[in-house]
Write a protein that binds this ligand. Sequence first.
Ligand code: IPM
Ligand code: MG
Length: 362
Amino acid sequence: MVLNICCIPGDGIGPEIVTQAKKVLDRVAETFGHEMKYTDILMGGASIDACGEPLTDEAIATAKASDAVLMGSIGGDTNTSPWYKLPPEKRPEAGLLKIRKSLNLFANLRPAILYPELRGACPLKEEISAKGFDMLIMRELTGGLYFGERKTVEENGMKKAIDTLTYTEEEIRRIAIKGFDIAMKRRKKLTSVDKANVLDSSRLWRAVVNEVAAAYPEVKVEHMLVDNCAMQLVKDPSQFDVILTENMFGDILSDEASMVTGSIGMLSSASLNDTKFGLYEPSHGSAPDIAGKDLANPIATILSASMMLRYTFDLDKEADAIDAAVDRVLKDGLRTGDIFSEGCRKVGCTEMGDAIAERIAR
Ligand code: IPM
Ligand code: MG
């Protein structure tokens, strides 16, 4: 099979980790008889420097013409980088929001898994981490506060900023369906998170989720208020399977969930639309402080490449081969600095990529 993959190396550690993911994909191609065709595009700071904007229309067209997008990370240090002196719509993050919206990537899947080998990195008490956890946050990605009308006005000499949170039934229904579909492939539990005790958009959210739930009698559904969910994530993360939530709640809760795994360098993500097309990226940021030093952990990007094989290309065996190679590397005691512990062997980004590629097998 020929896989047309658009790559966005991006900023900071992005180029290094994407290089390692390509290395692993190339090994998969050799082992399983596929052909990887890569086309790179610029986004974020790299695109601002080269083209004066964080994502050009040509770059979007290239992404659209491919089967899937594999991204590293974008953005720089918000305190020191000149990119953050630009108006908001010209900054690196605007490129990310633009690609999500232009490609209609409304479903964002963010797994948060406590790897047994990395349990020591979990910041929670041992009695909590001992239970382990494996959840998936299904975040709505193209609606809500992020894309509602916003403006700053001045009334009687007083500035007033307005952001609007809107959701249509249809926007809620399509993400809810994705949530239930994935719950059916997992442990069949779905927690829908909202703020229905205050917000109208949340009350509609809850009603539509209940409607969709009727078609999935095997899935156990519960509704949880977002503030309570933030508590439950640190009190007993093992209770969660699929968490379904709107854009901003999902942004915040997915950072919390990844933090309790203690290994954000390991977590992948997928942003999907209604077709097989998807954008795959690590859950972490561009870590400008360690960029170019061969210190970054490429595993989250490599696991994102695995998600890409699974969701866009239906290449489950190939995806399993990547996941197994990552497990093996951890069992063999290789660690980048972020997940290092006593008794393991510390390796750099390149060596980690080599080690995973070597362990790809049929
Ligand atoms: C994320 C990021 C983005 C978001 C930022 C960079 C706009 O935090 O992907 O979670 O808030 O969606
Ligand atoms: Mg975020």
